[in-house]
Design a protein around this ligand. Structure first.
Ligand code: HEM
Length: 175
């Protein structure tokens, strides 16, 4: 169900774009944001259930594996949109980007793969409960750092955008 909602958000976002390349950019951003919401729900679920116990917060903590798998599906769509984007408009993708900038995201995808695989019973048994705990703790924190990095490196763009808007508005009022 959550995966269907993510797919719908991505489709609606890309339909709102003025052209093909931008529709892929919209889909990439939309799936990054749906991933972030799902990630936060898993990341905070146990703490929230402990701090503010209620039927809802307990259900969130109980369903965190399902929400985590929906996060993985959302990131899979981020990857699919990226692959199509790189194939369609490589010059737009590589603007201001070096191969080194893809390293954190690639590590993120490796972690998502490992966390997803070990959320199933057989692989989880194979690595044992101690390693499972270590892997999931490290994986979730690595993803948190990647999210922080992705949003923070774009913060200046949003700020610049805001300043530009304010300048434009001031300009109009002056005129
Ligand atoms: C090699 C793998 C990855 C590549 C090449 C990549 C590339 C991109 C690109 C091109 C954008 C859109 C930039 C824009 O138009 O503003 C984007 C947005 C984003 N990505 Fe990824 N990504 C990767 C993996 C990941 C992973 C693993 C995460 C999270 C754990 C992530 C989180 C984000 C976030 C938070 C945004 C910003 C969305 C926004 O502007 O609101 N990405 N990524």
């Amino acid at each position: 169900m959550l995966t269907i909602i993510v797919a719908l958000v991505a489709v609606v976002a890309s339909a709102m774009a003025p052209n093909g390349v931008e529709s892929l950019q919209y889909a990439i951003r939309a799936t990054a944001r749906t991933s972030f919401v799902l990630f936060l729900a898993v990341f905070l679920s146990t703490s929230v259930a402990r701090l503010a116990p209620s039927a809802l917060t307990r259900a969130l903590a109980r369903e965190r594996r399902y929400i985590g798998l929906s996060f993985a599906a959302s990131q899979f769509m981020h990857a699919m949109a990226l692959i199509i984007y790189i194939g369609t408009a490589p010059e737009a993708f590589w603007v201001g980007r070096t191969p080194a900038k893809n390293i954190p995201g690639s590590i993120g995808y490796l972690m998502i793969l490992l966390l997803t695989l070990t959320s199933f019973a057989m692989p989880a048994r194979l690595i044992g409960p101690v390693n499972w705990k270590k892997l999931h703790l490290a994986g979730v924190w690595i993803l948190a750092v990647i999210f922080a990095g992705s949003f923070l490196t774009r913060a200046h763009q949003h700020v610049a955008y805001l300043v530009a808007m304010l300048l434009r508005m001031a300009e109009r009022f002056e005129a």
